[in-house]
Design a protein around this ligand. Sequence first.
Ligand code: NAP
Ligand code: FE
Length: 370
Amino acid sequence: MNEQFDFFMPARIFSGKGIVKSSEDVFSHLGKKCLIVTGKSSAKKSGALKDVTDTLEKLNIKYTVFDKITENPLASTCCEGGKIARETGADFVIGIGGGSPLDASKAVCVYAANPHIINDGIYTEEIKSTPLPLVLIGTTSGTGSEVSGVSVLTRENGRKQSVSGKNYYAKYVLADPCYTYSVPYHTTVSTALDAFAHAVESYFSKKHDALSRKFSCIAVSEIVPILKKFTEPDCTVTEAERDILYFASLHAGFALNKGGTCFPHGMGYALTEDYALPHGIACAVFIPAFLNEAKKGDKDGYEKIVSACGISENELFKILNTLCHADITVPLEKIEEYRVRWSTLKNFKNSPTDFNADDGASLTYNLFGK
Ligand code: NAP
Ligand code: FE
């Protein structure tokens, strides 16, 4: 039995319903002023913002709300957030939202402490000072950003690119699944597919280990029964199912934190940029092909993860083929552009077979070509 693993995830996680209001100690020892980083509406709709501000007011901690984070957050917006953190004298940052505001708040902490880093400089400049401490409160069940040292930002040229490492972890995570109850149905499906993609991509990644594989198996066992339900007509998601999905996204996040992603995520970024597909769907459209590759590269591992899904291989593919669908057409010139771009992408090298940029271009043509 190979039980070797090496796991680094320095954030302290407190979980449970009502956890924000009962975490006064977390906030009070971080300082007297903070910046709340969030999107346009999710923090309000989920109820998380009110729980946070009520708690901060009770503790006499001053706060400023920076709510300019959009989907696929721009590095430049995060840089602006960092400047505001400095100007308002924030001692710490609280990120509230889905993956976009959570990823953005990680970058805001880096920019805030490092005024020499401007916009795309975050991809190249050295981080000279320790980023501000960060508290993350998730409101979607997908990215697992709460537990990874990864921030996916959009560069000045419109391309999504991640930054990662020990400077991009939260100090605390307050995990309350109730904040996901207001997520619209189509976003719930897309984010669940993102979490499923994290579980399977990291499972077959060259960087996986024994522990990350266990997290992947736990995550798929939780997610797949709910994916199956999504294929039924007039499906509604119960609060109990949303609770399961939220924790499953964290379990998949633990796996992702170790293994990272493979070619579906690398290729999916391009579809989000050019066709505005939500992140989860954009990556998941490549998951059936990824699983077929994985079966060739690691048949034993493949059988184990399919077994963890709790259904037959045929049924799994039926569900994925129903849900992982995008109604787009990608012209040949675009596919050629992608072929060049993907040829240097590390997500391909992390994949379990020698599936390369040419194969990615052919797959895109088969799925979306004219
Ligand atoms: P998102 O982009 O954060 O949010 C999608 C939409 O859902 C937004 O309109 C958002 O509103 C809304 N929303 C979020 N929570 C809500 C709630 N509780 N109630 C109602 N509406 C809510 O979606 P996401 O899928 O969680 O994050 C995707 C981003 O994460 C992508 O940029 C992706 O590249 C990145 N990602 C990061 C990692 C990582 O390891 N760090 C992994 C995978 C993906 P607002 O605009 O108001 O916020
Ligand atoms: Fe993802």
